[in-house]
Design a protein around this ligand. Structure first.
Ligand code: TMP
Length: 210
């Protein structure tokens, strides 16, 4: 595919949303076409599934396997309707989370069978893999505090998990990054917004804008 696919990953409150907007604006300033999207969500069906997945009222109503299937259904919609067409047009796609979130949250966090996760990945997206995945790495308790402050103390269904769960998520990302060191780029999420912006921009320029 002709375009460039960049994903952002990390635990709750790591600052992905701010950085995605900033990167997309910089790319647009250079005249690039940029599709910004997110998971779960990004399509009509995906946004409805996002609501189901995040609603705290569903706390005890979604089994880990149902959760895995819902995230996979969202991803299939997003890949077919948004990501693959944008890449085929030669655009930049900047996506807030992708398959790596499922590996880490459902595979490592919920301890689901990793071979199920791999099979569902193939079913939902085929061979689509990001060209670059930026991980904003942040201490789990700082991230949760940020998430709580952002939503004035209300946490969604997944954010309400234990600190121990989010420590597993953080470590899961760090371990996953070691398995594909060329694709992943880890940044210290405790740096200032401006410092992170500039590190990301240098990396994107180096890889895709020469
Ligand atoms: P966020 O994108 O606003 O961080 O919210 C998405 C939530 O969904 C977050 O808690 C991570 C979780 N998630 C999974 O558990 N598995 C997935 O595959 C994806 C995409 C997200």
């Amino acid at each position: 595919m002709a375009g460039v696919f960049i994903t952002f990953e990390g635990s709750e409150g790591c600052g992905k949303t701010t950085q995605i907007k900033s990167l997309a604006n910089k790319l647009k300033t250079l005249g690039k076409n940029v599709e910004i999207t997110r998971e779960p969500g990004g399509t009509q069906i995906g946004e409805s599934i996002r609501h189901l997945l995040q609603d705290p009222l569903n706390a005890d109503k979604i089994t880990p396997i149902t959760e895995l299937l819902l995230f996979s259904a969202c991803r299939s919609e997003l890949s077919e309707r948004i990501i693959k067409p944008a890449l085929a047009r030669g655009d930049f796609v900047v996506c807030d989370r992708f398959s790596d979130s499922t590996y880490v949250y459902q595979g490592i966090g919920r301890s689901l069978n990793l071979s199920y996760i791999e099979q569902l990945k193939t079913i939902s997206v085929g061979t689509l893999i990001p060209d670059l995945t930026i991980i904003l790495d942040l201490n789990a308790s700082t991230g949760l505090e940020r998430a709580e402050n952002r939503q004035s103390g209300t946490l969604d269904r997944i954010e309400a998990e234990s600190l121990q769960f989010f420590e597993k998520i953080r470590q899961g990302y760090l371990d996953l990054a070691k398995s594909e060191p060329d694709r992943f780029f880890i940044i210290d999420g405790s740096l200032s917004v401006q410092e992170i912006e500039s590190i990301i921009w240098d990396e994107v320029k180096k890889r895709f804008l020469n």
